[in-house]
Design a protein around this ligand. Structure first.
Ligand SMILES: *Cc1c(COP(=O)(O)O)cnc(C)c1O
Length: 381
């Protein structure tokens, strides 16, 4: 028997209470019970997003909300600045192209964080740019971008919005939507939200709604204005993912019990412990800029194939992690600690990495990283 451990940067583990909530009988989405449920989760989502803006809920993976964040606000021929520091940054550019929007890419070496000055310079050079698209946490490399600095740069441009893909950031570290003035923030269910894949969330500011009034792009299913008008009445335009929303209600209850500061502290502590453990075991972290607390990205040691590490974790020890993508394939492997994760997930991950690397012939001292994680995660007496 091989017991399974899900430590991939999405989908992530789902708490048993949430699985049970999703197993309860379906309620009809036009019945009053649904409107009551929907009103409650909408209010609590605003709490997680730290906003008074509309937070729309969509039946899609995260990319659906990313697509809608282009289609509903920009028009063909518009220009958008896309921070491209990895697989997900690259996606912003591709979505723009699909809607006739001209992406001006700011290439960032994978693993690095964008230099906010580059965004400032680009906007100064061309103030007609309608939107700046960025990731708060670039999951393909483990790097975080400085969203607060970017928000301060974009804010004075009245015709420009800042759109933040916070899919592996919201619920992991502090991204206060209103305090920082973020126009659009996107999140997804299967990452820090501890739910199965299938729901996306997106907050939209007044400034962004103003841009939506002028957009000439067509959107039908992901029509944010239509959703806004329905969702403000606690209805969705089309059939919602009712069971997922029942699960979301339970997730939000768990989140409120822990509180935002408690959640950020736990996630930060786990990330710090695993990063320190990796270094104590003589391994190198991949991110060169600020590391995201959602996941730990480890550079494969010289002579070791990162894909073999990822594969052996799964085949030998039942641990689903992730490898690298594109030119990072074989060079890195990734372990998530976002969402429903605690001390022993991190210790399990570290122990297995040591065992796999030793098995592959890398000179690593068993227990060297684990001991560091244990020391850092011990409950204070
Ligand atoms: C997972 C993820 C997405 C969305 O991917 P989906 O497969 O559509 O849910 C987008 N951005 C980042 C940073 C992600 O980690």
């Amino acid at each position: 028997m091989l017991k399974r451990y899900l430590l991939a940067p999405g989908p992530t583990q789902v708490p048993p209470e949430v699985l049970l909530a999703m197993a309860t009988p379906i309620i009809h989405h036009r019945a009053p019970e649904f409107a009551e449920l929907f009103g409650e989760v909408r209010k609590d989502l605003q709490w997680v997003f730290q906003t008074n803006n509309d937070v729309l809920m969509l039946a899609s993976s995260g990319t659906g909300a990313m697509e809608g964040s282009v289609a509903n606000f920009l028009s063909p021929g518009d220009k958008a600045l896309c921070v491209n520091g990895g697989k997900f940054g690259e996606r912003w550019g591709k979505i723009c192209q699909a809607f006739g929007v001209q992406p001006i890419e700011i290439p960032v070496e994978w693993g690095h964080s964008v230099d906010p000055q580059q965004v400032a310079d680009a906007l100064k050079k061309d103030p007609s740019i309608k939107a700046v698209y960025v990731q708060a946490s670039e999951t393909s490399t483990g790097a975080a971008h400085d969203i607060k600095a970017l928000a301060d740069i974009v804010k004075p441009y009245e015709g420009t919005i800042l759109v933040v893909d916070a899919i592996t950031a919201l619920g992991v570290f502090d991204i206060p939507t209103d305090a920082w003035g973020l126009d659009i923030v996107v999140a997804g269910s299967q990452k820090a939200f501890m739910l199965p894949p299938g729901l996306a969330f997106v907050s939209v500011s007044q400034k962004a709604w103003g841009l939506a009034e002028k957009s000439k792009n067509g959107a039908f299913y992901f029509n944010f204005k239509k959703e806004r008008d329905s969702q403000r009445k606690n209805q969705t335009a089309y059939t919602p993912a009712v069971s997922m929303i029942l699960g979301l209600k339970e997730v939000l209850r768990l989140m409120k019990t822990e509180g935002l500061p408690g959640m950020f502290a736990r996630q930060g502590q786990l990330a710090h412990a695993l990063r320190s453990a990796v270094e104590a075991a003589g391994l190198s972290l991949f991110p060169k800029g600020k590391a995201s607390d959602a996941l730990t990205v480890i550079a494969a040691p010289d002579g070791i194939d990162g894909q073999a590490v990822y594969k052996n974790l799964r085949v030998q020890y039942g641990i689903t992690a992730a490898g690298g993508q594109d030119h990072l394939k074989g060079k890195i492997f990734r372990l998530s600690h976002m969402g429903y994760v605690d001390t022993f997930d991190v210790i399990t991950a570290m122990a297995a990495v040591e065992m796999v690397l030793k098995g592959l012939g890398h000179p690593i001292q068993l227990g060297s990283g684990v001991a560091k994680a244990q020391a850092l995660l011990m409950t204070p007496q």
